[in-house]
Design a protein around this ligand. Sequence first.
Ligand SMILES: NC(=O)c1ccc[n+]([C@@H]2O[C@H](COP(=O)([O-])OP(=O)(O)OC[C@H]3O[C@@H](n4cnc5c(N)ncnc54)[C@H](O)[C@@H]3O)[C@@H](O)[C@H]2O)c1
Ligand SMILES: O=C(O)C(=O)C[C@]1(C(=O)O)C=C[C@@H](O)C=C1
Length: 293
Amino acid sequence: MTDPLFQRIAIIGIGLIGSSLARAIAEQKLAGEIAIFDASAEARAAAHELTLGQVVDSLAAAAKDADLVILATPIGAYADIGPALAPHLKKGAILTDVGSVKQAVIRDLGPHVPEGVHFIPGHPIAGTEHSGPRAGFADLFKGRWAIVTPVPGSDPTATAKLQALWSAVGSMVEVMEPAHHDQVLAITSHLPHLIAYTIVDTATQLETSTQSEVIKFSASGFRDFTRIAASDPTMWRDIFLNNREAVLEILGRFTEDLTAMQRAIRWGEGDKLFETFTRTRAVRRGIIDAKQA
Ligand SMILES: NC(=O)c1ccc[n+]([C@@H]2O[C@H](COP(=O)([O-])OP(=O)(O)OC[C@H]3O[C@@H](n4cnc5c(N)ncnc54)[C@H](O)[C@@H]3O)[C@@H](O)[C@H]2O)c1
Ligand SMILES: O=C(O)C(=O)C[C@]1(C(=O)O)C=C[C@@H](O)C=C1
């Protein structure tokens, strides 16, 4: 039997992403042991019941002897976790995370990372609107991208080992600059969530009679938005607070384009509407073709 990729992996935060990773790591036999810590006693109890790994009751106990530590909490928690975790990291260990924003993570965690620990942030582009340890599943990362954002001085061997972990759980891996990651995700993930949260909120603020009809007659267009707008409020508050510049930049562009559409409708510019919708239809077909290729 070959040795697992890591002897001991510690997962901090055993929600949707942490528990999916625990399941995938166990399924692919990538760790000798998996240690789990979560700040919530309820999540710890669920992780224990689901036999996701060895559940411990402190950050220190999880990090002890771990050769890979994965942060999978909302990114707003990192500022507290960094200094509390740092003294317990083993020399030579890799510290990574799955947070949806990368520059802020590097800002918050970087200064606490001790000499001799390899800090290599990451982000799986895979998820659902559900949260918590019971929502996770081992196949979540299959066929999805995982982005790895090494920092200056990151050890290439450690980076390759982290890439190997993501590949082993079924992901396609891309190495990216943290600033570029934040710009790309602002348009592909953060802005769509902001639009979904806003449209659902607008609908729920309509008069009571219209509101019930929104629910009753909601066709798939609105329903798709409600799925996205059901995503975890803590996680998404933290994303918008921590990717402020990139989101505001793309929101400015989007607002201009929306105003142009408003104008086209007002002035009956059918050609403009038709041309725009034709271009966007091609984008959707391109995404589907890329998936099937
Ligand atoms: N949900 C998604 O679609 C998705 C996709 C990719 C990346 N992410 C990122 O993954 C991270 C986790 O998201 P999730 O969807 O798994 O969230 P989740 O709410 O399902 O789980 C987060 C867990 O972290 C725990 N936690 C919070 N503060 C903690 C602390 N200080 N110490 C230890 N545990 C703590 C919570 O109790 C919870 O169990 C976030 O940073 C998010 O940006 C989420
Ligand atoms: O599929 C979903 O429900 C998601 O929202 C997943 C999604 C995304 O926007 O694509 C959400 C946040 C992430 O950081 C990565 C993936």
